[in-house]
Design a protein around this ligand. Structure first.
Ligand code: HEC
Ligand code: HEC
Length: 320
């Protein structure tokens, strides 16, 4: 008798839980969320407010893969072992939603698009795999895999409120003025030791969690870092990312580093060794190479050293 009562009570409990979950989903839905888009910058919609269960599951799994990439796909990943152990979120902050934290706000609205690096039309899947092969120094995902489709679904959901063809304010990385000198790795080391080494360590290797699965502080160089074909291997991307997002916790409207410190610390990080990925097919039209691409050949006469560290102003003028 007692146990029967217990089972009945459990049933009621389970029932009332599922009902209140439903209610929560409904009450947080659509209209309310639209009114939250008051910020000057693009703001993502809430993935936990999707009413359709099937879509909610897929989008939330996509978000989970962005946050906990290593848990699923890292060197000790439970699905496959095909990356260096970084999480997408390490560079696409707050699951790819932070203003100027390299967010995904304009992915759905601007892809597929022709990218100068490959000279080809690229889908979101192709672009995601670029980060798998470069930033995560790993193997690409099958395009029709559940994991790839979930990440695409997440990015499409995030970008639903951006009109097709437009770039949302605050998406990607924030512009940073050039210095009128070359960025200086020696000056950058001083900044690094003072402002970064406490988390990323003076050897740049970061700190991994107790079970060796995921980084608490990700590596910035060395064998487990992004490779030399990754977006962050360009000093301008690194300087912009760092200026407006690091040390951890700063925002684009309240940065802590001066422009000089951001460029110099970026130079220090770029001066360090990291995995090499041969990319003979990149930049089929070399005149389209960004000026800070760290490897030749180039369409101009400036040295590889100047392309890597600057000064950039004269190069930019020459390009025009
Ligand atoms: C080490 C840092 C790093 C990691 C880790 C990383 N990315 Fe990226 N990603 C970048 C940078 C930097 C860019 C912008 C590059 C550029 O514009 O040259 C970028 C761009 C992208 C873009 C295109 C954004 C746009 O608006 O065009 C997508 C999509 C993307 N990454 C997905 C991912 C996914 C998915 C993962 C995890 C599997 C990932 N990235 C991991 C650094 C990283
Ligand atoms: C309080 C600890 C802390 C400090 C100090 C800090 N970082 Fe980070 N950094 C992090 C964490 C944590 C992440 C990953 C963020 C995430 O996953 O949400 C990160 C990510 C990064 C990344 C992208 C991921 C990668 O592995 O390449 C770069 C680059 C970076 N930090 C550079 C710097 C620089 C340069 C400084 C000093 C100016 C700095 N950080 C200071 C904690 C810190």
């Amino acid at each position: 008798m007692k146990s029967l009562f217990f089972i009945a009570a459990l049933g009621i409990l389970a029932f009332s839980c599922s009902v209140s979950d439903e209610n929560m989903l409904i009450s947080q839905n659509s209209e309310e969320i639209k009114t939250k888009l008051t910020s000057e910058f693009w703001q993502p919609k809430d993935v936990f407010a999707i009413a359709a269960l099937k879509k909610a599951k897929e989008v939330q799994y996509g978000r989970d893969l962005i946050i906990h990439t290593a848990y699923y796909l890292g060197p000790r990943g439970r699905i496959a072992q095909q990356t260096n152990g970084l999480n997408c979120q390490n560079c696409h902050l707050d699951a790819g939603t932070k203003p100027f934290g390299n967010n995904y706000g304009s992915v759905a609205s601007t892809y597929p698009k022709v990218r100068a690096r490959s000279g080809k039309m690229e889908s979101i899947e192709k672009r995601i795999n670029d980060c798998f092969e470069r930033s995560l120094n790993g193997k690409p995902l099958r395009e029709n895999s559940k994991e790839m489709q979930a990440m695409v679904a997440y990015m499409q959901f995030l970008g639903e409120n951006v009109p097709k063809g437009e770039k949302a304010a605050g998406s990607g990385l924030k512009a940073l003025p050039f210095l009128n000198r070359a960025a200086d790795p020696t000056k950058g080391k001083a900044v690094y030791d003072l402002r970064c080494a406490s988390c990323h360590q003076s050897n740049g290797r970061g700190i991994i969690d107790g079970i060796g699965q995921s980084y608490v502080y990700p590596p910035l160089w060395g064998p487990h870092s992004f490779n030399d074909a990754a977006g962050l291997s360009r000093i301008s991307n690194m300087a912009k990312y760092v200026k407006y997002n690091m040390p951890l916790g700063v925002n684009h409207d309240d940065p802590e580093l001066s422009d000089e410190d951001a460029w110099d610390v970026a130079a220090y990080i770029e001066s360090k060794p990291r995995p090499h990925k041969p990319t003979p097919k990149d930049w089929p039209d070399i005149s389209k190479k960004p000026i800070d691409h760290p490897f030749g050949p180039y369409a101009d006469q400036f040295s590889e050293m100047q392309h890597k560290y600057g000064p950039f102003t004269a190069m930019k003028k020459a390009k025009k």
